[in-house]
Write a protein that binds this ligand. Structure first.
Ligand code: CA
Length: 492
């Protein structure tokens, strides 16, 4: 068994030069070499902003950079041909590919329709603030540039529940279409958070259910991906999402594929995440958003965060099998909608935690791995080394020492399958210090060194399997066997 490690292979401000799929092909072997087993690629279909679109403003999900629409054939990331080649290049390296699926909304319609609506209060979408009124809504999608290739399905107002723009009065609002209601099984923020942006899919409409499945099977037949990252699941009927995933899995089984699925449910409230897992019969993983916010709190509290409670009420603690842990993503990076970027000093600590602990499947952010030139953000120091340590040494039983308000750590005993495996990780949000931790009796007499080179010298494990490890203030040290260190040193 090897540790699974995901990389989110994009950040928001990649250059708009349609070269990202080509970059992916060029980097595929290096990604495998660095210990990545799963790559999450950005939305690959044509967005409303054409070649400038990051991909979440979905226009045509059948246009993977193949048709002249929205002023371009290629997407921001390249052409369909490049995309398919990128997926293949990754898979040839033994890397699984997750495709980003946006089922909540559509944007950039080809034409408007006159629609009867009721306007809702933005902060409580269950409260009508007007009677029925007419607006001009962007809801007709005919995809003239594609001319019915792959699908002749055209979207109109009957396939949506609401929108936020009236073209005739040039006005924003939350407009629920007459005769439609928001899905009850969505997040309860703002009263009801079915509506997020654009033209919101009416997932109760049988034509919408059929079309999203038809597209999903076409997408599988075209791309042969290994799984999905589901966008904005808090805004989509929980039942609809569960059924869509089940339909996709059942189709994938015909080609002996098991789809790995992770959903983006953006909330700091653990009970909402566990409720979602219950409602979807635990059929997908979720990003551990509460853990991201714990990292942020710890990194911004001047050493006064209670590190003993770092994992309290996180998904890693409550549903470890379904937790995808991450430090940052394309939404939390500077300048973005959910900006909550973890300060640089804490990043190596956060990555040591997600990469070396036994629980959760970690997802490394492109912007942390390569840096974000747009905002002068440098790559996280030693991230490549932490990935190597994960791949080779972070195995076996885990012992937690989250028993102090600042100085905390954990150990992994290693296993027979991985020579020289086993690690002891010590970190602090405040002053440095040392701590006795149990690593395992088979390490008795072994000498350990800090693979991150923050502390020099060695620690010799005592006869009972305990050792006294140390760490400098505001940092992390990762202790490995001296022999293992030589491998790391020679290969980095
Ligand atoms: Ca919705």
């Amino acid at each position: 068994m090897t540790n699974k490690t995901i990389m989110q292979y994009f950040e928001w401000y990649l250059p708009e030069n349609s070269l990202h799929w080509k970059r992916t092909i060029a980097q595929a072997a290096a990604l495998r070499e660095s210990g990545i087993n799963i790559v999450w690629l950005p939305p690959a279909y044509k967005g409303a902003a054409g070649a400038a679109s990051v991909g979440y403003d979905v226009y045509d999900m059948y246009d993977l950079g193949e048709f002249s629409q929205k002023g371009t054939i290629a997407t921001k990331y390249g052409t369909k041909e490049d995309y398919l080649a990128a997926v293949k290049a990754l898979q040839e390296q033994g890397i699984q590919v997750l495709c980003d699926v946006v089922l909540n909304h559509r944007m950039g319609a080809d034409d408007t329709e006159q629609v009867t609506v009721v306007e809702e209060l933005g902060t409580n979408r269950n409260q009508d603030i007007t009677g029925k009124q007419q607006i001009t809504a962007w809801t007709k999608f005919n995809f003239p540039g594609r001319a019915n290739v792959y699908s002749d399905f055209c979207w109109n107002v009957s396939h949506f529940s609401g929108t936020d723009w009236d073209e005739s009065s040039k006005r924003n609002g939350i407009f629920r279409f007459d005769g439609k209601c928001w899905n009850r099984d969505t997040d309860t923020e703002n009263g009801n958070y079915d509506y997020l942006m654009g033209a919101d899919l009416d997932t109760d409409n049988p034509e919408v259910i059929a079309e999203t499945r038809n597209w999903g099977t076409w997408y599988q037949d075209t791309v042969h991906m290994d799984g999905f990252r589901m966008d904005a699941v808090k805004h989509i009927s929980f039942g609809f999402c569960k059924d869509w995933i089940a339909a996709m899995r059942s189709y994938a089984n015909n080609r002996q594929k098991e789809l790995f699925v992770v959903g983006e449910y953006w909330t700091n409230e653990i009970d909402k995440l566990t409720h979602y897992l219950d409602m979807t019969e635990h059929s997908l993983c979720l990003f551990d958003v509460p853990l991201h916010f714990r990292f942020l709190q710890a990194a911004t509290s001047d050493g006064n965060f209670d590190m003993a409670k770092l994992y309290e009420n996180t998904l890693t603690q409550r549903a470890p099998e379904q937790a995808v842990t991450f430090v940052d993503n394309h939404d939390t990076q500077p300048g973005q909608a959910l900006c909550s970027f973890i300060p640089a000093w804490f990043k190596p600590i956060a990555y040591a935690l997600i990469l070396l602990r036994a629980t959760g499947t970690p997802c490394v952010f492109y912007g942390d791995y390569y840096g974000i030139p747009h905002d002068n953000v440098s790559p996280v120091p030693q991230l490549t080394r932490l990935l190597k340590i994960r791949e080779r040494y972070a195995y076996g039983a885990e012992h937690l020492f989250f028993d102090d308000s600042s100085l905390v750590g954990f150990t992994r005993e290693g296993d027979e399958e991985h020579p020289d495996s086993g690690v002891a990780v010590l970190l602090t949000d405040k002053e440095g210090g040392s701590k006795r931790m149990y690593l395992g009796e088979r390490f008795a007499g072994c000498r350990m060194v800090d693979a991150l080179e923050n502390i020099s010298g060695t620690v010799t494990i005592e006869g009972d399997g305990w050792g006294t490890f140390s760490v400098k203030g505001g940092s992390v040290s990762v202790w490995v066997m001296e022999l293992a260190w030589e491998y790391l040193y020679l290969n980095n």
